[in-house]
Design a binder for this molecule. Structure first.
Ligand SMILES: C[S@@+](CC[C@H](N)C(=O)[O-])C[C@H]1O[C@@H](n2cnc3c(N)ncnc32)[C@H](O)[C@@H]1O
Length: 213
């Protein structure tokens, strides 16, 4: 993460999630739950889990662990459900300072791959997968939702929301071909691509990947 945004805006983010302040979440939340269910994942590591809404939304028989670099959001997640949550940054994953207690059937990134370097993060989490395990990434649809169709840093100021965020959130956006080449660099094979949509153009994209190592 390039700044302290996710520690400085814990209350604001909780408010946004609780009030469904991001309209597209009406489409994207059920879509990620459906992808986990369709892939019959019985154990999930939620990377960049935020305040932990996904843990509270999945069936109880799914073994869930959530990690996030924001200590504030992890504290909130722990207060909000009895699932296992730990404060872990992606740098901790890359430097092998953290592993889950057991290998998992699925690793999920729900709008949480915001860094420029994603291949080393993806390679690190691939090691946590059981054979045949899947990595599921949901992100904004690159073809329809990128501010300009190019790789690069963008700024989200959340100004369209009624919640008053401190500072802005930098995030690295990439084109569809750039996502695909990151997967290749990470020794991942694309098994399925989902384009969740309400009315009109797709809202997001979900990549379902398998390790080829
Ligand atoms: C847009 S929020 C999404 C949160 C959650 N997945 C959800 O669906 O509501 C992005 C989350 O990713 C986490 N994150 C992004 N980059 C990270 C990094 N390099 N290390 C640890 N956490 C990171 C942030 O702390 C934040 O909680």
């Amino acid at each position: 993460m390039k700044n302290n945004f996710w520690n400085e805006n814990v209350e604001q983010w909780v408010q946004v999630i609780d009030s469904m302040g991001i309209d597209s979440r009406k489409i994207t939340n059920p879509a990620i739950i459906q992808a986990i269910s369709d892939n019959k994942l019985k154990s999930v590591l939620d990377v960049g889990c935020g305040e932990g809404w996904l843990a509270r939304s999945l069936p109880e028989d799914i073994q869930y662990t959530g990690i996030d670099g924001s200590e504030g959001l992890i504290k909130k997640a722990q207060e909000r459900s009895g699932h296992l949550f730990e404060a872990v940054s992606y740098d901790d994953l890359k430097s092998k300072n953290w592993r889950p207690n057991a290998l998992v059937e699925g690793v999920v990134f729900n709008f949480s791959l915001l860094d420029e370097d994603i291949s080393s993060t993806l390679k690190s989490v691939s090691e946590f997968l059981l054979p045949e395990g899947k990595i599921i990434i949901q992100t904004i649809h690159p073809c329809f939702k990128l501010p300009t169709y190019q790789d690069g840093w963008f700024i989200e100021d959340f100004k369209t929301m009624s919640v008053d965020f401190k500072d802005v959130m930098p995030w690295y956006g990439r084109t569809l071909s750039s996502w695909i080449s990151e997967f290749e660099k990470s020794d991942l094979r694309l098994c399925q691509l989902i384009e969740p949509r309400g009315e009109g153009l797709p809202t997001s994209i979900i990549f379902i990947l398998k390790s080829v190592k």
